[in-house]
Write a protein that binds this ligand. Structure first.
Ligand code: NAD
Ligand code: UDP
Length: 321
């Protein structure tokens, strides 16, 4: 029995891959390498239990791939996640979360496989209810630059619902809140990778808006553990579950923390807030605690310490090679 990861060469996909292989699983990974990089999976590329397929899951021919015929678990993670990248190609973002999700649901139906869909806290848009429980229906603007991601993810959830209701496909929907660690591309554009890279290189730390907007950051190991628990546990079938760390920080506070922890001389500079940037975000995780017996274990300070250390080492390696 094999596990399929779509988006395997991305940030979450590559971390999940390494963890599953370490646990002895056989994994097939698909990626079109739009935002992902082969370098992210280089060290396990030729692992005997791993098979990589360079393919686009929005292409209907994905259902003709023979090697997918014996998958029993599907982690459908394929989709750009950084606002910079998902806004760069909105049609591909819409396609992978709708058409691509439908293809993966069809595959799950054919194989009687379980499917976990990586949805997002962006499904809540710029939330009016704070913090956000799964029942909150959200406040998304359809007429703006984030809609291609937010609304496509929401439609992806609808497709999961219909395949669950009509065909009994064992779906699980993770609404993932901001997740970080080393392993994001340097040009990914998300806040932690930007701030750490800027602080380590002495470049200005770019805070958007007044920095009073909040986010709640989850370290990647906690996220990967939760996704696997969702896949394993029957009680998570047919459920939407928030996966995130409920510790909430203002972005300016994060900029100051990163600067201090890097012992950086970088200046903190302020730039216009992107349109529709959510003002607050924080998950209610009672459902994850109850159904998965999961809660995050890694505090932001510890996660940042690990992240900064890894970025520092990468920089030294790059300079030496
Ligand atoms: P990422 O951009 O690092 O990785 C996404 C991967 O999907 C990339 O390797 C990319 O090349 C691949 N991909 C994109 N379109 C594809 C297609 N059509 N066919 C095949 N592969 C395709 O992003 P990430 O941070 O690893 O996010 C993974 C998933 O988790 C995404 O679905 C994202 O929406 C969701 N998510 C992530 C976060 C987070 O904080 N990291 C938060 C909420 C939701
Ligand atoms: N942000 C910032 N400076 C940056 C990158 C991001 O101030 O260099 C802010 C961004 O405006 C948002 C928050 O940090 O309020 C998180 O942004 P990110 O792109 O990481 O993810 P989002 O939660 O917006 O999808």
């Amino acid at each position: 029995m094999k596990t399929l990861i779509t988006g395997v060469a991305g940030f979450l996909g590559s971390h999940l891959l390494r963890d599953l292989l370490a646990k002895g699983k056989h994994v097939i990974g698909i990626d079109n390498l739009s935002t992902g990089r082969l370098a992210h999976i280089e060290e396990v590329r030729h692992h005997p239990h791993f098979h990589f397929i360079h393919f686009d899951v929005s292409d209907p021919d994905v259902l003709q791939l023979d090697s997918l015929l014996d998958v029993s678990e599907i982690y459908h993670l394929a989709s750009p996640a950084s606002p910079k990248f998902y806004q760069n190609d909105p049609f591909a973002t819409i396609a992978v979360n709708t058409i691509g999700t439908k293809h993966m649901l069809e595959l799950a139906k054919m194989n009687h496989a379980k499917l976990l869909y990586a949805s997002t806290s962006e499904a809540y848009g710029d939330p009016v209810m704070h913090p956000q429980p799964e029942e909150y229906r959200g406040n998304v603007n359809t007429w703006g630059p984030r809609a291609c991601y937010d609304e496509a993810k929401r439609l992806g959830e609808v497709l999961c619902y219909e395949y669950y209701q009509r065909f009994g496909v064992q779906v699980k929907v993770a609404r993932i809140f901001n997740t970080y660690s080393a392993g994001l591309r340097n040009d990914d554009g998300r806040v932690i990778s930007n701030f750490v890279n800027q602080a380590l290189t002495g470049a200005a730390i770019t805070v958007y808006g007044d920095g009073k907007q909040t986010r709640s950051f989850c370290y990647v190991d906690d996220n990967i553990r939760a996704l696997q628990l969702m896949m394993e546990k029957k009680v998570a079938t047919g459920e939407i579950i928030n996966i995130g760390n409920p510790q909430e920080y203002e972005i300016l506070e994060v900029a100051r923390m990163v600067k201090e922890m890097c012992q950086s001389t970088s200046e903190i500079t302020f730039h216009p807030l992107p349109k529709d940037d959510p003002r607050v975000r924080r998950p209610v995780i009672e459902k994850a605690k109850l159904l998965l017996d999961w809660k995050p274990q890694i505090h932001l300070e510890e996660g940042l310490r690990r992240t900064i250390k890894a970025y520092r080492e990468q920089r030294v390696e790059r300079v030496q090679s």
